[in-house]
Write a protein that binds this ligand. Structure first.
Ligand SMILES: Nc1ncnc2c1ncn2[C@@H]1O[C@H](COP(=O)(O)OP(=O)(O)O)[C@@H](O)[C@H]1O
Ligand SMILES: [Mg+2]
Length: 249
């Protein structure tokens, strides 16, 4: 497994103290990795810093190249594509126009091919191409947001909480599609989630984040075992740590 992304001692602050403290992680090409944690843990800040959208300290190496000094546009051109939390699609543009936004820089033939690939993965939006994106359901909007990210043929997709605001059945469906895209297109993705179980099923590596720190790491064996997942959920919730602290207080 060749290393695609290597993050070393990443810290992010917004003025006051850091909200991401020395986060280090690495992942291979063709795999899905997940950063799990509760609301406010620092997941989005980490992802946005990797995309070059937040100033950060530390070092980021992408496919052997040190990209720490590259801005967001340069990282995008290198193949790092960020799909924001809350499915930031343009609601008054059509579905097709939203897809085009993800690949405005390629020739029309390539764009048509990629659009066909996206629509094969997400048939729900295929017959709504001319509809304003704002009329899509929440699940369809999330599919559109992921589809738009795929339009540039990313080398690394950064997915910020694809499950946010979706009913459980739709979360499962979005994750099923991601699994298929990963298998068939050898997608590399780093996703962040509060929804532990959906992400744990798809990812082959995961980190648990609390208060800006990585507090646990799971490999595919741990993610595949009940006990491993339970350990991670404990770290995620901080249940044991806090119970132990209370007992000693
Ligand atoms: N632009 C910002 N300015 C100031 N504080 C922020 C900003 N974005 C996030 N934060 C704070 O940083 C912390 C981590 O936020 P975030 O990375 O969004 O966490 P998560 O994605 O895990 O919910 C939170 O305390 C949040 O309030
Ligand atoms: Mg977030």
């Amino acid at each position: 497994m060749s290393e695609l992304l290597h993050v070393e001692a990443l810290s992010v602050s917004y003025g006051a103290g850091p909200v991401v403290h020395g986060v280090s992680l690495a992942m291979g090409a063709g795999s899905v990795a997940a950063l799990l944690g509760a609301n406010g843990a620092g997941k989005s800040s980490t992802l946005r810093a990797i995309a070059g959208l937040e100033p950060a300290q530390g070092r980021i190496v992408f496919d052997g190249q040190d990209i720490t000094r590259l801005d967001a546009a340069q990282r995008f051109r290198a193949g790092i594509v960020y799909v924001p939390e809350g499915r930031a699609i343009v609601t008054d543009l059509s579905v097709a126009e939203n897809l085009t936004l993800g690949s405005y820089f390629v020739d029309s033939r390539t764009r048509a091919q990629r659009q066909q690939m996206v629509l094969d993965f997400f048939p729900e939006i295929a017959n709504r191409l001319k509809a304003p994106a704002g009329l899509l359901s929440g699940g369809e909007q999330q599919m559109l947001a992921i589809g738009r990210g795929l339009m540039s043929a990313p080398r690394l997709l950064l997915l910020d909480e694809p499950s946010l605001g979706l009913a459980p059945l739709l979360v499962a469906r979005v994750y099923e599609r991601l699994a298929r895209i990963q298998r068939e297109q050898r997608l590399s993705a780093l996703l962040v989630e509060q929804s532990f179980h959906a992400a744990a099923k798809l990812a082959s590596r995961a980190w648990v984040m609390r208060h800006g720190h990585i507090v646990g790491e799971l490999d595919s064996a741990a993610l595949g075992s009940r006990e491993g997942r339970q350990r991670a959920i404990d770290a995620y919730l901080g249940a044991r740590a806090e119970a132990a602290q209370a007992a000693h207080a």
